[in-house]
Design a protein around this ligand. Structure first.
Ligand code: CP
Ligand code: NVA
Length: 311
């Protein structure tokens, strides 16, 4: 059986972990996908609190199913259900929940709220998406790339096109940890935040990975082995939708753009997707698309994270 392989109590950002930690989670995720029965009841009697302040299909269902498959139970708290929403401090909430639960998964707006929950609580806190990052999705994405390209992703070219949002941040972190070159293509006013790139640059240099930031689509797509996009307006940005649709004109991933990538490139998306906006149906529903493998791997990758943190 696997021993605990992580140095953090919590799972908040991929940049908090070493490459070996992340490879450890991924090895376990592949093992759990292949032989789920070997892990049944490994978290028997444990409870995971799941706090959702934003919508979710994949994250909620994969966490709830995942903890159940490991022998534990998930407790769901939707928007407005906790005293937190009536002003109870995060610090008190964290300490109270730590007396009942064995872990907390939280999807919310403020990244600092997640960090504070982790700081004041004594149990593992898992980031199920904030305005800043979405590490659980990227664990599933790395697992999917390993299934397509083999376990060593070093030296492969990863291209993200679109909004420099929470997905862009976690993808940059995860791909650099795995030794990949990363190109981020965004319109000038929607680039990834500079601090996220600055954080990863030293490690990229040490590993010999290139980071390219550009608004030139053809340049960023050259030689890409994986092409990734996400929505132009994330949850919480609905009132900016019209402005964003205009700003991202010309960024819809289509077959012509995919022809600039490697001939065996895969197309990736965290979902939910908007066909005709960030990607054309010809690509997302075409033979290069691996979107449903990514969605399935949420289950396996998160089971690996829960197992590693909560045992
Ligand atoms: N990709 C993802 O996190 O999906 P949900 O918003 O449905 O959870
Ligand atoms: N960037 C998207 C990701 C959804 C999984 C959002 O935050 O809405």
């Amino acid at each position: 059986m696997y021993k605990k392989n992580v140095r953090c109590k919590d799972f908040i950002d991929l940049s908090d972990f070493t490459t070996d930690d992340i490879k450890g989670f991924l090895n376990l995720a592949h093992e759990m996908k292949k032989s789920p029965d070997d892990f049944r009841d490994s978290l028997k009697g444990k409870t995971l609190g799941m706090i959702f302040n934003k919508h979710s299909t994949r994250t909620r269902i994969s966490f709830e199913t995942g903890i159940y498959q490991l022998g534990g139970a998930g407790l769901y708290f939707g928007p407005g259900q906790l005293q937190l929403d009536r002003g109870e401090p995060i610090s008190d909430t964290a300490r109270v929940l730590s007396r009942y639960l064995d872990g907390i998964m939280i999807r919310t707006f403020s990244h600092d709220d997640v960090k504070n929950l982790a700081k004041f609580g004594s149990i593992p806190v898992i980031n199920g998406l904030t305005d800043y990052s979405h590490p659980c999705q990227v664990m599933a994405d790395l697992q999917t790339m390993q299934e397509k390209f083999g376990m060593k992703l070093d030296g492969l070219n990863f291209t993200y096109i679109g909004d420099g949002n929470n997905m862009a941040v976690s993808l940059l972190q995860g791909c650099i940890k795995m030794g990949m070159n990363v190109a981020l293509i965004s319109p000038k006013d929607y680039t990834i935040m500079k601090s996220a790139v600055d954080e990863m640059r030293p490690e990229a240099e040490e590993k010999g990975c290139k980071i390219l930031l550009t608004d030139n689509i053809e340049e960023g797509m050259q030689g890409a082995h994986a092409v990734y996009t996400d929505v132009w307006a994330s949850m919480g940005q609905e009132d900016e939708s019209a402005k964003r649709m205009k700003a991202f004109e010309g960024y819809t991933v289509n077959n012509k753009m995919m022809s600039w990538a490697d001939k065996d490139a895969i197309f990736m998306h965290c979902l939910p997707a908007h066909r005709g906006e960030e990607v054309e149906a010809e690509v997302i529903d075409g033979p290069q698309s691996v979107i449903f493998d990514e969605a399935e791997n949420r289950l396996h990758a998160q089971k690996a994270v829960m197992y590693s943190l909560m045992r």
